[in-house]
Design a protein around this ligand. Structure first.
Ligand code: DP6
Length: 332
């Protein structure tokens, strides 16, 4: 009952920011993403009677029972145990190859890996749709990390949340030249987690309704642009949708400002590069890191320019990535 899996982070091309039903973890609007090669979580899950309680070790550190991380893992294991009709405790060891909780969506790859790994270790044979729904319960954006390549997470219409899951728009091979340049601005953990931040936006941002109505239209448009490989329109839409999401976050009480000085430096340089004719666009999630959307042929030029900026520590180049898969080599 020991299984090791890998799952990748994803970057939202049009964002999710706000839950309609906090218990079912269903969003106000659909969102789209690309799964990223190179930003990976590896997780080993072992269900065994030797464990008296669930154990969770993240990046070498055991998480205490009162931490949010531990509770999230336990809740996810409980869902799997219920489905598998068993009650064995588990040991879960997980490691990320990128900065945790700093806007590189470690919760997405982490929860996707945990769900996929725990389901396999429990002997369940679930569809991607089912796994996506279970991952959604752990973290909304994790529902999209179940998908190879480009994904849409449907907001769904049903009151029980059963039609709120991610689906593939196109596999990674569809657009191998597509690139995301992850600019690491700060390796420090962010102050406001997405979960708490978006709950506050739902309650207090005066533009919340405008945000999610517009974001739904953007998500549907994004599907068409991906299918058409219309890169310029895709980049412009992703960038605009990102600014709108952050406008909603910034107009929350108290304000949520994820942009750091270094983020703004990159954003301004990207806009200048656009004026110079380089096809590159920015997007940011719940942290200061800026992700630049571009095509392979423009990577050397963009990297050369962005490297010159003081606030940028590192640039991580990502191609479209795979969905979760089982691998050899257990972590314990
Ligand atoms: C800004 O999926 O981390 O990255 O569902 O509460 O776990 P929970 O939130 P999470 O939020 C991600 C928000 C975002 C935008 C996005 O990925 O769509």
């Amino acid at each position: 009952m020991k299984v090791t899996v890998k799952a990748n982070a994803n970057i939202a091309l049009t964002k999710y920011w706000g839950k309609k039903d906090a218990a079912l973890k269903t969003p106000w609007n659909s969102s789209t993403s690309v799964t990223l090669e190179g930003l990976e979580t590896t997780t080993t899950v072992d269900f065994d009677k030797q464990y008296k309680k669930d154990i969770f070790i993240l990046d070498g550190k055991e998480c205490a029972e009162e931490t949010d991380e531990y509770k999230e893992v336990k809740e996810q294991l409980d869902i799997i145990r219920k489905k598998a009709k068993m009650n064995l405790k588990a040991k879960v060891v997980s490691k990320n190859d990128f900065p945790t909780a700093a806007g590189f969506a470690s919760s997405a790859s982490g929860l996707a890996a945990l769900t996929f790994g725990a389901a396999k270790a429990a002997g369940l044979n679930l569809s991607v749709e089912e796994l996506s729904k279970i991952s959604r319960m752990g973290s909304g954006s994790a529902s999209r990390s179940l998908i190879d390549g480009f994904a849409i997470w449907h907001k769904g219409e049903r009151a029980d949340g059963e039609d709120s899951f991610a689906e593939q728009i196109a596999p990674k091979e569809f657009w191998p030249e597509f690139r995301i340049l992850g600019c690491v601005i700060s390796k420090k953990a962010k102050k406001i987690k997405s979960r708490a931040g978006m709950a506050q936006s739902v309650k207090t941002s005066p533009i919340f309704k405008q945000w999610y109505e517009h974001a739904e239209i953007d998500a549907q448009k994004m599907v068409e642009l991906i299918k058409k490989k219309d890169f310029v329109a895709l980049g412009e839409l992703a960038q605009h949708n990102c600014i709108l999401m952050h406008a909603c976050a910034m107009t929350t009480l108290p304000p949520i400002i994820y942009w750091a000085p270094g983020s703004l430096e990159v954003m301004h340089r990207v806009l200048e590069l656009q004026d110079e004719g380089v096809k590159c666009y920015f997007t940011l999630d719940g942290g200061p890191q800026v992700k630049i959307i571009c095509l392979e042929k423009d990577v050397p030029k963009i990297k050369e320019e962005i490297k010159k900026l003081e606030g940028v520590h590192e640039i991580i180049e990502c191609k479209p990535g795979l969905g979760p898969r089982e691998v050899k080599g257990h972590l314990f």
